[in-house]
Design a protein around this ligand. Structure first.
Ligand code: TMP
Length: 236
């Protein structure tokens, strides 16, 4: 499979069309941004880690019956995927209060949420990905009610599966962001699942093991990414 033409370049990935119009290649970069591009930098080897972690997690979710765009890992930085019509809704699921939940609603960081919180954000960099509800998404023509129900129920199932997966690797899944797309009449999980798009805290020490180390200059960014990769790829 070849990278025929650049279809889209995002902040962390490039997406290429291939000779098969149903398949694209996601190439994971080391570029890192935070706070919607206000902070820019690079994390050595991040693309390799995020590709490896995402491939493993998509494979696991697929085995558990979640439909995803993942086809196969092509190389260190390249993932072959089904070509989706991306739904411009980012779905965030939270198990523990952190990040914008703390800033927006005054939760104390680390508060356990009895029931996971599911949030929708408009995927639009120009507008800073604003938080929105279902009515906004429907009014904007992004998806219909039935599709949004599917997104929320898939996100909730994925949360249960990933929480168990990470707990067995001594990581607490604090929160994460998912993207979905349409494909042949169905809805598939797309994008990536990685330390860029999730918060992980070490189960024993509470140490942050994700992109927050880059966002807030906590140091040890590369080591944290490498440790997450190690724990995800190695069965206990
Ligand atoms: P937040 O607390 O900043 O709203 O982030 C919630 C989760 O979503 C966190 O795990 C990071 C992830 N996320 C992204 O993957 N991309 C984004 O653009 C944002 C804002 C958050």
């Amino acid at each position: 499979m070849n990278k025929d033409r650049l279809l889209h370049e995002g902040k962390a990935k490039k997406v290429f069309l291939t000779e098969n119009s149903d398949l694209v290649i996601q190439e994971f970069k080391d570029d890192a941004t935070a706070f919607n591009n206000k902070k820019k930098g690079s994390i050595l080897n991040k693309g390799v880690v995020n590709n490896a972690v995402s491939c493993k997690l998509f494979t696991y979710l697929q085995e558990q019956g979640i439909p995803t765009h993942f086809v196969e890992k092509l190389s260190d930085r390249d993932m072959l995927c089904k070509h989706l019509d991306i739904i411009k809704v980012e779905v965030v699921v939270r198990n523990v209060a952190a990040g914008s939940l703390v800033r927006r609603y005054g939760f104390r960081e680390g508060t356990l949420l009895d029931t996971p919180i599911v949030e929708l954000y408009l995927k639009d960099d120009e507008l800073d990905d604003p938080l929105m509800n279902e009515s906004h998404a429907v009014a904007l023509g992004l998806a219909n009610h039935e599709e949004l129900e599917t997104l929320k129920s898939l996100a909730t199932r994925i949360n249960s599966l990933l929480r168990d997966f990470f707990a067995s690797r001594k990581l607490r899944l604090v929160d994460f962001k998912l993207e979905f797309g349409r494909h042949k009449g169905g809805i598939l999980l797309g994008d990536e699942i990685s330390p860029d798009t999730c918060r992980f805290w070490d189960l024993d020490t509470g140490e942050k093991m994700d992109k927050d180390r880059f966002r807030f200059d906590l140091g040890g960014v590369e080591d944290a990414y490498a440790e997450v990769q190690h724990r995800v790829l190695n069965e206990n």
